[in-house]
Design a protein around this ligand. Structure first.
Ligand SMILES: [Zn+2]
Length: 410
């Protein structure tokens, strides 16, 4: 693998590919073909995701129309109510939400949605985008995720930050939301490639290939997919002991749906998976390299030593990374995510600025070479030394992240 190959893949996949879309399917087929070209058996595994079509949405504030996108799968609605800006979610603030359409600063989290629903809010407005960058104009397409709303629905719209600020500046009083859509199910997909080892046990390497609605997802996360291809290329002729599964996950951006589906479909086989190595965003010009370990502390120390031995700068810590490694760790498989994290001012994600230019093909290769060395060492280990226990602190953190437990107020 060389920089020419890296550039070609980045160029070939420079299109928006949201989970469940036709473009995601096109990219899945493309990646399966790349794996086969490298000499591995590869296949596609489909899984159902919620979908919406003919989505139309109007948002008016005191009679003036505001650019917006309705949330997919939040239902169809016609509501009018007082606008209530709720920057805090404390008990007092929530007590004021009853009967109002609420503008919030955070994303649509499980706890926030649940609290506003309980408080009797009539609708929710969220926003994103850089208000100070004139070329940032797009509105991200959001969805009301299944695990967020747990079957309850409210009219939800997303607007640009610039318009959110204007609403408050102008002191908008009354807003109306009208949303219509047809909700149904469609398929998203994971691409799986396989290298056979001597043992029954295996290691799963993963990287998501879907993007959000405004983004080409070059950094987040075609870079990680190229990393997987590079590791496959590096290890395909090695005498590996543990079999290697390379899982290119779909619909990660929709809430880790691809890795959740993979884990559910392979529940029995997961017992023989000794480690998950996930790649989510590597190869930027700028930024430090992180190993985020959702497994025992000893693996953190090992990766620190390994980096020093290999002459590769990195930071290693125990934690829960917002990516597909969490789905594996949640099912008891020791997992870690590798990432090169550039500052948001240099390489922003989930918007139109995540393009090829933030990436360094040379850096993608050196990051990949390091991860391949680590993966190869584990795949050829006398025995995988990582204990199959997820520390309680990590379990608790996953309970918060996955909306099963409420994070205590700080
Ligand atoms: Zn990502």
């Amino acid at each position: 693998m060389d920089t020419k190959y890296v550039k070609k893949i980045l160029k070939d996949t420079a299109y928006v590919r949201t989970g469940g879309s036709r473009e995601e399917k096109k990219c899945a087929e493309y990646l399966a073909k790349r794996c086969e070209d490298l000499g591995a058996r590869a296949w596609i595994e489909e899984f159902p995701v919620q979908a919406a079509k003919d989505l139309a949405c109007t948002l008016k504030a005191d009679g003036t129309q505001i650019s917006c996108l309705g949330y997919r799968n939040c239902g169809s609605w016609d509501v009018e109510a007082k606008l209530y800006y709720m920057p805090d979610a404390d008990r007092y603030s929530l007590s004021e939400a009853k009967g109002k359409i609420v503008l919030i600063d955070t994303g649509m989290t499980h706890d926030m949605f649940g609290d506003l629903y309980e408080a009797g809010a009539k609708g929710i407005i969220t926003y994103s985008g850089d208000a100070n960058n004139p070329s940032d104009t797009g509105i991200d397409q959001k969805e009301l995720r299944g695990y967020v709303c747990e079957g309850k629905k409210l009219p939800c719209v997303h607007i640009h930050t610039r318009d959110a600020v204007k609403l408050i500046e102008k002191g908008a009083k009354k807003v109306s939301i009208s949303i219509s859509q047809e909700e149904y199910e469609e398929n998203s997909r994971n691409v799986v490639a396989y290298l056979k080892g001597k043992r029954k046990e295996s290691i799963v390497l993963s990287a998501h290939y879907d993007s959000t609605s405004l983004s080409l997802g070059s950094y987040d996360n075609m870079s990680g997919c190229i990393g997987l291809l590079g590791i496959l290329d590096e290890l395909k002729d090695e005498k590996i002991l543990y079999s290697l599964y390379f899982v290119f996950c779909g619909s990660e951006e929709r809430g880790l749906l691809g890795s959740q589906a993979y884990c559910a479909a392979h529940e029995k086989e997961l017992e023989d998976v000794v480690l998950n190595i996930n790649l989510d965003m590597i190869g930027t010009h700028m930024g430090g390299f992180l190993a985020c370990v959702t497994a025992e502390e000893a693996l953190v120390d090992y990766i620190r030593y390994f980096g020093a031995i290999e002459g590769f700068g990195l930071k290693a810590k125990q934690g829960v990374y917002s990516s597909d490694s969490t789905s594996f760790a949640d099912r008891g498989v020791p997992a870690l995510s590798f990432a090169r994290l550039a500052d948001n001012t240099v390489a922003p994600i989930h918007n139109v600025f995540d393009t090829l230019v933030v990436l360094s093909p040379g850096r993608i290769l050196t990051d990949t070479a390091f991860i391949a060395k680590f993966a190869g060492t584990m795949a050829m280990a006398g025995t995988c030394p990582v204990s199959r226990t997820i520390p309680d602190s990590m379990k608790e953190e996953m309970d918060y992240r996955l909306g099963r437990k409420r994070r205590p107020e700080k």
